[in-house]
Ligand binder design. Sequence first.
Ligand code: G1P
Length: 290
Amino acid sequence: MSIKTVVIPVAGMGTRFLPATKVISKEMLPILDKPLLHYAIEEAKSIGIKNFIFVTNINNRFPILYLSRNIRLEKHLEQKSNTKVLKAIKSLTIQSKNIKLVLQKNPLGLGDAVLRTKKYIRDDDFAVLLPDDLILGKNCLKELVAVYNKKKSSVIGSMHVNKNEVNKYGIIKGDILNSKTIKVSELVEKPTHKNAPSNLAIVGRYILKNSIFKYLSKINKGSGNEIQLTDAISLSAKYENVFSFRFTGKRYDCGSKLGFLKAQIASALIDPELKKNIRIELNKLYYESK
Ligand code: G1P
């Protein structure tokens, strides 16, 4: 069965980016000229995902606005013969029948967000993508789907983190199958340094078997007094195979100011129009600040 649906949670208040996020949601903040949402959609679309489910708060209709056609803008670009931008804009359009908004009024956690999408996903397996986790380079969902196709099991994206950062992530315990793949036995959401079973962390990319809904409805509130997706996957690992895969690309934590800034610079350093000048400018800034 191929993966046709992605769940993209966008209900967060974006408090770390206030005041900007007073009027726009945080996944609309741009890295160079594209919002984080755009990168997320591109990653999913390029592996053949057709259905997009956004779990959103009552004020956030940005995904619909961003993914719908803007006829006036298209006409303007046509008149100006700006075919490159016109093509880019059109390529992102998603038919409204393939977009669903699911309301999450209160921040009850990622597990709660995913559970709310059940009626649209029905019996299918599906992907979850957290747009804050920008992954540049090789398409991470594509790598996970390849493992899912082979193992017919849930697969989560993973990366090594510093021991002093384990309390920011879901942490993985399991048996090493090869340098990239682990058979998961347990997951712990945001453990202390002392309680962490490893320093292998979950990143915001998941391919999930449909059975996850059964486990999500069984678990209680966990870390942060929220329903944690990590806890449901950990429970599922007791009864089914679950794998983690260390992806190839580079991940930027765009939920933090430093990560967001690093993503901007990293993107500029590989951008054909900017890469030469950004090196010169960064060097200048560095020496001027000394
Ligand atoms: C979520 C997950 C966590 C994962 C992290 C990756 O946490 O709950 O397991 O490691 O995303 O970014 P959040 O950052 O939303 O608190």
